[in-house]
Design a protein around this ligand. Structure first.
Ligand SMILES: *[C@@H]1O[C@H](CO)[C@@H](O)[C@H](O)[C@H]1NC(C)=O
Ligand SMILES: *[C@@H]1O[C@H](CO)[C@@H](O)[C@H](O)[C@H]1NC(C)=O
Ligand SMILES: *[C@@H]1O[C@H](CO)[C@@H](O)[C@H](O)[C@H]1NC(C)=O
Ligand SMILES: *[C@@H]1O[C@H](CO)[C@@H](O)[C@H](O)[C@H]1NC(C)=O
Ligand SMILES: *[C@@H]1O[C@H](CO)[C@@H](O)[C@H](O)[C@H]1NC(C)=O
Ligand SMILES: *[C@@H]1O[C@H](CO)[C@@H](O)[C@H](O)[C@H]1NC(C)=O
Ligand SMILES: *[C@@H]1O[C@H](CO)[C@@H](O)[C@H](O)[C@H]1NC(C)=O
Ligand SMILES: *[C@@H]1O[C@H](CO)[C@@H](O)[C@H](O)[C@H]1NC(C)=O
Length: 687
């Protein structure tokens, strides 16, 4: 009898889940709640009690989950319970109107997401598990970027996602005001927004409401009929996931309430910790003090300024740097050569950094000094070992690396100076003289030879990763020379190894790159194909000012090819003076290099042979399958790279930048964003 009692007692204890305590919580700010939240990635609880999921770094993930599992289903009949939650969030983009990506309220079997990707994957899934129903993930996304791959309806939207990032239902972000009239709501305005999510197990309905105030609106913004019983597991974690891409936003949660089988309390936004305003200017008091201070104090300040400067300028040579191959310049030498890196010497914003013109004082040699800032010291250090080998690359169609210098987080690379600048500049930057067909053809053949050397003729294969007109430099004899080889690699070091980093420029990015993130010689060939078309047509691979059907150069050339009117795409600036046979070779080859399937593309050796006329091109550029399945510009990350290339990269020089993205309509086109006005930031807009 006693045994039975004991058994009964054990049964009773086990079958009464300790629910009542655990499945309801309320955080009015997260101060001191470190133990109540499981954080990983970039997420942290700030001193002011605000939970910050991501910061403004690129491609970071942030997760914050309630630490204990919560019973989401009745263990007897397997039916999902009703639940509701309310939380207050704010999304502060890096640039006033440009941020990425979003955050998602998430119910998941785990609170860690190994192998999850940032950017459009929101830190939840990756390319291989997206859409797999064994994920058992329910997410309500508050997304600020329109991703074509996942069929997003627009940039600013709310969606319900089941085991996927393709939303089962989504709507533009909005709310119902006090008069029950619908108002637009910009998720990334930086203002605090409250979201209510409620699952009604009786009616199998998931409802989402939004409001910029403490009052829960009467009307539901997004309602989706679904029985979560088959999607959720019996016990699950609940929390938030968020990520940034090449464009970044900070994602904040100020408060959160959750209630199983009942109505979660709404948050009073006034009682929540407030986001700090713009950074204060601390200069005032300091000036006040020093003005009223004694002479001694002024001397003291002067001395410390001097000391700080001296320390700042010290090169701080580390032992490992001494082994590195090419000539090591001193910082002072380069500073002098570029006249203190003054803006007047700025040649442009090359890939990854600014490029200055310089004159080495002892030899009077003109050089180009590329200054790269890298936040990750580790990444820089790993990259230094590459410099030794990059310095040994020698080919007349490569821009020679002469030496380097490191100063704190800055890496300075010294190259041969190319007086005629980049091919991009020669083609588009209001050149005084239009490059003739012969000149262009010679430049193309040179660049092809340089790339072949990198791929096949050196002791190891070097993948360029960022072939584009801006990285083809033109020397004084109008030879094409590749610049920036190997540099893209710098951006793969130091990043989270489990996430893919796509380096490149939209329009030149092979379609598989955005999926796999793994650059290959074939992805270089793809980019080279875009370059071929660009040079022959005198048009950038993506031309925001073109008619929609001409937006993507490769699509347009392909259309004309099929219509048997291929010569119509040739740059009209030649005034009809070009070698038709060579032009057809270049265009045809450009199409072949742009095949969707990497295997269908020629190798660089073949490209060189075709260009040199050693081998005739195949008669037909067929394989439409290889081409057609591709939808150019389908990936959100590609678009992002494109956008990103405007504020920071260069090869679209300042002038053409303004002229080509001057008005919002064009910008919308590029961004693929349908409604929200999008003004591209200048560097000064960065917060
Ligand atoms: C957070 O955890 C502390 C100690 O672990 C506990 O006393 C407190 O009640 C928890 N707060 C919430 C809101 O769950
Ligand atoms: C953002 O968070 C990541 C991951 O914790 C960190 O490495 C990076 O330094 C942070 N960036 C900034 C700007 O604070
Ligand atoms: C679970 O389902 C059983 C059978 O339908 C029901 O008797 C029980 O009350 C349910 N438990 C909870 C906690 O809802
Ligand atoms: C994708 O994510 C799953 C689950 O997080 C992980 O097991 C898998 O290794 C990841 N795949 C890749 C290619 O990273
Ligand atoms: C879904 O994920 C499970 C477990 O990770 C795996 O066994 C299965 O093959 C995946 N299904 C698909 C279609 O990828
Ligand atoms: C959600 O969408 C996926 C496809 O994206 C579909 O397979 C699934 O059945 C949908 N789920 C519900 C509950 O409608
Ligand atoms: C509701 O409508 C009234 C009358 O049109 C207006 O005065 C009031 O400002 C509106 N309230 C809100 C919250 O828009
Ligand atoms: C290239 O440089 C040469 C010599 O410096 C100059 O004569 C020529 O005009 C330049 N060509 C272009 C297209 O800038």
């Amino acid at each position: 009898m006693a045994e039975r009692l004991l058994l009964f007692w054990i049964f009773f204890v086990l079958s009464t889940p300790a629910r009542s305590q655990l499945d309801e919580f309320f955080f009015n700010g997260f101060k001191g709640a470190d133990s109540n939240m499981s954080l990983n990635g970039a997420s942290e609880i700030q001193d002011n009690g605000i939970l910050r999921l991501t910061n403004e770094s690129q491609r970071v993930l942030g997760h914050a989950f309630y630490p204990r599992r919560i019973q989401f289903k009745n263990s007897t009949n397997g039916k999902a319970f009703s639940f509701s939650t309310a939380f207050a969030f704010a999304i502060v983009p890096q640039y006033a109107t440009l941020g990425g990506h979003g955050l998602a309220f998430t119910i998941s079997p785990t609170k860690e997401f190994p192998g999850a990707l940032p950017s459009n994957y929101l830190g939840l899934l990756n390319a291989s598990d997206v859409g797999n129903f064994s994920n058992h993930i329910l997410a309500v996304e508050f997304d600020t970027v329109q991703d074509f791959e996942f069929g997003d309806i627009k940039d600013n939207h709310v969606g319900i996602d089941i085991d996927s990032l393709v939303s089962n239902k989504s709507v533009p972000a909005a709310y119902f005001d006090g008069n029950n009239s619908k108002q637009d709501l910009n998720l990334q305005s930086g203002q605090v927004i409250q979201a209510w999510i409620k699952y009604d197990a009786q009616n199998n309905r998931l409802d989402v409401k939004l409001s910029p105030s403490s009052v829960k609106p009467r009307y539901t913004l997004l309602s989706f009929e679904v029985d979560l019983s088959s999607i959720l597991q019996e016990s699950m974690y609940v929390g938030f996931s968020s990520s940034t891409g090449l464009l970044a936003s900070s994602h904040y949660i100020m408060g959160w309430s959750f209630q199983m089988n009942g109505e979660a309390k709404s948050l009073n936004l006034d009682k929540l910790p407030a986001l700090p305003g713009p950074k204060e200017n601390h200069l005032g008091p300091i000036i006040g003090v020093s003005v009223s201070g004694s002479l001694l104090m002024i001397l003291g300040i002067g001395l410390s300024v001097y000391l700080v400067r001296k320390i700042k300028n010290a090169d701080g040579v580390e032992v490992w740097e001494l082994d590195v191959g090419p000539h090591r310049f001193s910082y002072q030498e380069l500073k002098k050569a570029t006249r203190g890196f003054r803006d007047k010497e700025l040649l442009g914003f090359g890939g990854f950094g600014r490029v200055y013109k310089g004159t080495l004082s002892n030899s009077n040699t003109q050089v180009a000094v590329k200054r790269i800032s890298h936040e990750s010291k580790q990444g820089l250090r790993e990259f230094m070992s590459e410099i030794a080998s990059i310095g040994r690359l020698r080919h007349r169609n490569l821009v020679q690396l002469l030496g380097w210098c490191r100063r704190r987080g800055d890496l300075l690379l010294v190259y041969d100076f190319m007086p005629n600048g980049s091919l991009d500049k020669c083609l588009f930057d209001d050149p005084e003289t239009i490059l003739s067909w012969e000149q262009r053809f010679k430049i193309i053949k040179g660049a092809a030879a340089g790339l072949l050397y990198l791929h096949e003729e050196w002791e190891q294969t070097v993948i360029h990763r960022d072939i584009k007109a801006g990285n083809v430099l033109v020397d004084s004899e109008l030879n094409g020379r590749l610049g920036d080889f190997g540099l893209a690699k710098l951006y793969e070091h130091g990043s989270n190894p489990s996430t893919t980093t796509v380096v490149g420029t939209l329009g030149y990015l092979a379609p598989e790159l955005t999926r796999t993130g793994k650059p290959t010689t074939s992805s270089d060939v793809y980019a080279f194909g875009a370059l071929l078309l660009e040079v022959a047509c005198g048009r950038r691979p993506i031309e925001p000012k073109a008619l929609p059907e001409e937006l993507f150069l490769v699509d347009w050339v392909w259309e004309k090819w099929r219509a048997g009117a291929i010569l119509e795409v040739v740059d009209p600036r030649f005034g009809g003076e070009f070698n038709e046979h060579e032009a057809v070779v270049v265009l045809k080859l450009g199409l072949m290099c742009s095949y969707n399937s990497p295997k269908a593309r020629p190798t660089m050796r073949q490209v060189v042979r075709y260009l040199e006329g050693e081998v005739p091109l195949p008669e037909a550029v067929e394989a439409p399958d290889a081409y057609d399945e591709k939808k150019v510009g389908a990936g959100g990350s590609e678009l992002e790279d494109y956008l990103h290339s405007y504020p920071t990269s260069s090869n679209y020089e300042k002038v053409s930048m303004q002229s080509s993205v001057g008005d919002d309509k064009d910008a919308d086109l590029e961004a693929g964003r349908s409604t929200s006005p999008l003004s591209l930031p200048s560097r000064g807009d960065a917060r």
